[in-house]
Structures are given as C-alpha cells and as structure tokens.
Design a protein around this ligand. Structure first.
Ligand code: NAG
Ligand code: NAG
Ligand code: NAG
Length: 183
C-alpha cells in the first residue's frame, strides 16, 4: 500500500515537471524529400520620378560622391515582373532595404530583402535574401537564406544580371534567376 502511494506521488511529481516545461517540445526530425524550384523574373528599382520604388533612408555625413556612397541606405518596394518591361505581368514585390557597404571602388550593396509573390500558386510565399551584391560585377550572386509559405526552409541563390541601368538616376532593371531547394 505504501509503495503504491509512493509511485502515485512520483507520477504526480513527474506530471508536474512535464507541465512546467510545456512551452516547448522537441521531437525526432523526420527527413523529407527536397524539391528544387527555379524562377526567373525582373526587378525594377526606380529612384527617379514621382513614384519611386526605392527611397533614401539615411546617409553617412561624409563628402563621398557617387550614386550610393558608403553608408547610404535605401528602403525598397520594387515590383517583380515576368518580363523586363515595366508593363509586363506583375508577379510580386521585393521589399526591404539595401545598404552601401564598401569603402573601396568595388561598389557593394548588402541586401536585406524579402521577395514576395502575389500571383498564382506562389501567392503569399516569399524568399528571404540576405547577401552582399557586388553591383559592379555583371554576373553576380546573392544568397537565399530562407522563405515563407511554399518556400519554408528554402535555401539557394539568385543569379543577378543588370538588364538596364541609368547611371544618372540610378534606375535599374535586373534579371533574377533563382534556384532554391525546399521541402
Ligand atoms: C557633418 O559633417 C560636418 C563636417 O565634419 C560637420 O561640420 C557637420 O556638423 C556634420 N553634420 C551633422 C548633421 O552631423
Ligand atoms: C493572393 O492572396 C491574397 C491574400 O490571401 C488575396 O487577397 C489575393 O486575392 C490573392 N491574389 C491572387 C492573384 O490569387
Ligand atoms: C536617365 O535619367 C535621367 C535623369 O532622371 C533622365 O533625364 C534620362 O532621360 C534617363 N535616361 C534613360 C535612357 O532613361
């Protein structure tokens, strides 16, 4: 009888311990087959005019010249289109910011950007880009570090090609070729 009471007591104690920790739970990871998704689209980064898609956030107080001197940050809400023309079918937007982060001649932006899709099956899904972007190089690459929706746990890269660049205004149209692996 005493033994039974003892075990009941231990059981209650254990339940109490488990309940203390019920804000978290770890379970075995079950591997799933991964898929590869390829995307190709164009992003429009427009600084000029009355409806810019990129606006100056902050600039370091230096005398450095150029379009995006070291220490300049832009906020972006850039349209993503199927083709390179501004009138081409809108498929999403690239939202976030970029920061000019090179002290040298090798103009480099660091992108903190969410590429969100608004059409078809990918509506509501997005890809997280966090990467340097050496914009003087014609063939460049950025890292995709995650995603949302259909792109949960995504990893991959974006190949970037400059399709159009106006050196005076800074307006640019870029071709993004994406390859991501995800469940
Ligand atoms: C910007 O830098 C100049 C030169 O160093 C200085 O005189 C000026 O006060 C600075 N302006 C601000 C807003 O910090
Ligand atoms: C995309 O999803 C949003 C939010 O769920 C919805 O309002 C919108 O109509 C959808 N667009 C398309 C093209 O399916
Ligand atoms: C480049 O930008 C400047 C300044 O906004 C503008 O005057 C010029 O027409 C643009 N050139 C092209 C080819 O778009």
């Amino acid at each position: 009888m005493e033994r039974k009471v003892f075990f009941a007591f231990v059981l209650v104690l254990n339940m109490a311990l488990v309940q203390c920790d019920d804000y978290w739970k770890t379970s075995r990871y079950e591997p799933v087959k991964l898929k590869t998704t390829h995307l190709r689209f164009y992003i429009h980064d427009i600084l000029s005019g009355t409806d810019p898609t990129a606006v100056l956030l902050a600039r370091a107080n230096t005398t450095l010249g150029g379009l995006v001197p070291f220490g300049t940050a832009f906020a972006i809400d850039d349209p993503l289109t199927e083709g390179p023309e501004r009138t081409s079918r809108l498929i999403g937007n690239g939202r976030g910011m970029y920061l000019s982060a090179s002290r040298g001649q090798d103009l480099t932006l660091v992108m903190y950007m969410d590429l969100g899709f608004t059409s078809g099956e990918l509506n509501g899904s997005s890809l997280s880009v966090f990467s340097r972007n050496p914009i003087m190089e014609n063939d460049r690459e950025m890292a995709v570090v995650g995603g949302r929706g259909k792109f949960r746990f995504a990893q991959g890269f974006v190949k970037v090609k400059t399709w159009f660049l106006n050196m005076t205004s800074g307006d640019a149209i870029l071709q993004y070729t994406v390859e991501v692996v995800h469940p």
